[in-house]
Design a protein around this ligand. Structure first.
Ligand SMILES: Cc1ncc(COP(=O)(O)O)c(C=O)c1O
Length: 383
């Protein structure tokens, strides 16, 4: 199993057919009470299943599969990606600590740090992708939180270098790895201590589940389990079942998202209405060398900077699109487009014109290009 490629492992992982009459997929367990056969079993050594919130075969199947792909000692599941981010941070940081967050982290991650964490005495600072973090690390910097490529602007981070600097200061490294998924990048193998997935996106893959995972290395496993357990966190059997089902086709879907994403990115980069495309998979992207060194692929999510146009022209472009939905998510089978609202602390993101984010879905790339082409004609007429 260990030497098998991710696509092979994604098919085989987390299956418990022998315990379920040969049924291929672990069924959905909906459970609160779990009965013990007798008193001795109840007071005896740790049984596998004790109470619904503490896990069922469905949650264990999903967690075991993610752990294997991430190369983790333990994975826990939570009700959303944002909850995975918050729980991972809470498992390492406490009152009096300093947390260093990537300036291009997912917006709600920043809000969690600035609003909620602050009330518990954790101070947050920011670093920009590419900056040396060593001078920003304080004796009380408990964790560095990063995302690569970053949300909306897609800059890459040098994760091994970042982990080296953090660990030299006794600081833990946490990474939101939703963009690459463990199929294209395994954070724990590059020095990260806690790897986070919004499984809502590509793992679920069908725009119908909210789910998060946190995968820990050996040294961070106990604190993660403790925090997860003490906060009473639990992702439902139905949702973990959807996560596991999504995982089976994840490598196949990602290959197609990657191909279509790069096709659209290259086509858009050559258009006169476009100032630049933000996609580390493009040879011209400033993060391409890092992406090529550490990642084995790209998903279908990338950014687009238009040349300066009035907002009504952006509306005209987006409103008539037939295949790109207007929705604040990504990772499902469908193509999406959203305007990007970019908040940065260290230094502003300087854009030539309006910035958009595109998710390349599983539709035929020719149809998507024809749709974008008509949209750009509308944009020009409305400008
Ligand atoms: C990079 C990234 N991380 C985390 C999340 C949060 O995931 P969820 O919506 O499941 O809370 C998102 C959602 O858009 C995201 O884009």
């Amino acid at each position: 199993m260990k030497d098998d490629k991710p696509a092979t492992r994604a098919v085989a992982l987390g299956r418990m057919s022998a315990e379920h009459f040969g049924v291929v997929n672990t069924p959905v367990y909906r459970a609160s009470t779990i009965l013990y056969p007798d008193y001795a079993a109840m007071v005896g050594a740790d049984p596998e299943y004790t109470y619904g919130r503490r896990g069922t075969p469905t949650t264990r199947s999903f967690e075991a599969a993610i752990s294997d792909l991430e190369g983790a000692a333990r994975t826990v599941t939570v009700p959303s990606g944002l909850n995975a981010i918050a729980t991972a941070i809470l498992s390492v940081c406490g009152a009096g600590d300093h947390l260093l967050v990537a300036d291009n982290a997912y917006g709600p991650t920043r809000v969690f740090c600035e609003k909620t964490l602050k009330r518990y005495g954790v101070e947050t600072g920011y670093f920009a992708a590419g900056d040396d973090i060593a001078p920003l690390l304080k004796p009380n910097t408990r964790a560095v939180f990063c995302e690569s490529p970053g949300s909306l602007t897609f800059e890459m981070q040098d994760i091994p270098a970042l982990a080296k600097a953090a660990h030299a200061n006794g600081t833990s490294v946490l990474m939101d790895n939703t963009w690459a998924t463990p199929i294209f990048f395994q954070p724990l193998r590059h020095g990260v201590d806690l790897s986070i997935q919004a499984a809502t996106k590509y793992v679920g893959g069908h725009a119908d589940v909210m789910l998060g995972t946190i995968s820990a290395n050996e040294s961070h496993k106990a604190r993660l389990e403790q925090t997860h357990g003490n906060m009473g966190l639990y992702a439902s059997g139905d949702d973990c079942w959807l996560g596991l089902r999504g995982l089976r086709t994840l490598p196949v879907r990602l290959a197609r998202h990657q191909e279509t994403g790069l096709t659209l990115a290259r086509w858009l980069a050559a258009r006169p209405e476009v100032a630049r495309v933000l996609h580390p998979g493009l040879e011209s992207d400033p993060g391409h060398a890092l992406w090529k060194r550490d990642f084995s692929g790209a998903c279908g999510l990338f950014g687009l900077v238009l040349k300066p146009v009035p907002e009504r022209a952006v509306g005209a472009f987006v409103d008539g699109l037939r295949h790109f939905g207007l929705g604040w998510s990504w990772g499902g089978f469908e193509s999406l487009i959203v305007p990007s609202h970019i908040v940065r602390t260290v230094r502003p993101f300087v854009a030539e014109g309006p910035v958009l984010r595109i998710h390349a879905g599983l539709e035929d790339a020719d149809d998507l290009i024809a749709d974008l082409e008509e949209g750009l004609e509308r944009l020009k007429r409305a400008a």
